[in-house]
Design a protein around this ligand. Structure first.
Ligand code: C5P
Length: 295
């Protein structure tokens, strides 16, 4: 039996550069893994080449259900088997805490955790480069979760430069109870004729992470597009997080989660208390995950 955590992530910064010939977009982003997320438990057993996934939902909202065969974990198992020849039957228990379509990388993290776990469990010991190739096939955010921590991420999501995880910060996550579709979010951004905000250079972005969150020059290119489309909820949530003492507040990924970065841990806890009354919301205080992806 093997247990593994699948942490959530936030994007401290997310600049969308341009649409590529393959339909994806080049990004420049700062990812931060959190000490909070899903967990998976792997057991060998059952018929050869079979894989049974049992999911428990620790998410207080309706409708968040994925059929086992549509689960990205199932796809990760299939790809790993093709590459490694590992065919033993598998029983996987997945405890979901990260909501779907939340910009927190839940599915991507589950997929990366599956690759790491199977690499250990099977004894195949594929090199990291091989796991990265599988991760890229599974989704743009999956390669990041093979290493986690903090990283400057570019390309489609496959170029990852590890950064020092900032210390002493509390993160308040506010998931507003609705799903954001990444593909549609990119389409909305492509259709937007406004000039994109000029981004800082890679060096400046990386250097800023060592400074105070209140001074971070980070932004998320999806936010103005969503606001222009009438999604005022994001403006309201970010304003509320700042009012409650966040040194920095932003949208994660292509939504829908907003987060606040607090230097004052007690202010972060008070902020969560303030949001508690909002039905259908998930709000929690978490810490950045300083360690690599351990099993
Ligand atoms: O790779 P992933 O499956 O997470 O991407 C979901 C969708 O988001 C893609 O089909 C694409 O429309 C969009 N996307 C993009 N550029 C990226 C990542 C995602 O256009 N770098």
């Amino acid at each position: 039996m093997l247990n593994i955590k699948a942490p959530a992530k936030i994007n401290l910064h997310l600049a969308v550069k341009g649409r590529r010939p393959d339909g994806f977009h080049d990004l420049e982003s700062i990812f931060l893994a959190l000490d909070w997320g899903d967990s998976l438990c792997f057991d060998c057993g059952g018929a050869e080449a079979q894989c049974a996934i049992q999911t428990t939902w620790d998410i207080p909202i309706d409708g968040a259900v994925i059929q086992p065969e549509e689960n990205i974990v199932f796809k990760a198992v299939s790809l790993f088997r093709e590459r490694s020849g590992f065919m033993q039957g598998l029983r996987i228990r997945l405890a979901k805490r990260i909501p779907l379509g939340a910009g927190l990388g839940g599915g991507s993290s589950d997929a990366a955790a599956t690759l790491l776990a199977l690499n250990r469990l099977s004894g195949a010991e594929l090199p990291l480069a091989a796991l990265r190739e599988l991760a890229e096939d599974l989704g743009s955010d999956v390669p990041f979760f093979l290493s986690g921590g903090a990283a400057f991420v570019s390309g489609r999501g496959e170029r990852i430069e590890p950064l020092v995880v900032p210390e002493g910060l509390s993160v308040v996550l506010v998931y507003p109870g609705f799903v954001s579709n990444t593909r549609l979010a990119f389409a909305l951004l492509d259709a937007d004729s406004h000039e994109r905000r000029a981004s800082w250079s890679r060096e400046e972005l990386i250097q800023a992470l060592g400074g105070k969150p209140a001074d971070w020059p980070y932004h998320n290119d999806f936010l103005p597009v969503f606001l222009a489309a009438g999604m005022e909820v994001y403006g309201d949530l970010l304003g509320e997080l700042r009012r409650l003492g966040a040194d920095f507040a932003a949208l994660s990924g292509s939504g829908s989660t907003c987060f606040g970065i607090f230097s004052d841990e007690r202010a972060a806890s008070r902020a969560v208390e303030t949001f508690r009354g909002c039905e259908g919301f998930i709000k929690t205080v978490v810490k950045p995950l300083t360690l690599g992806m351990g099993i």
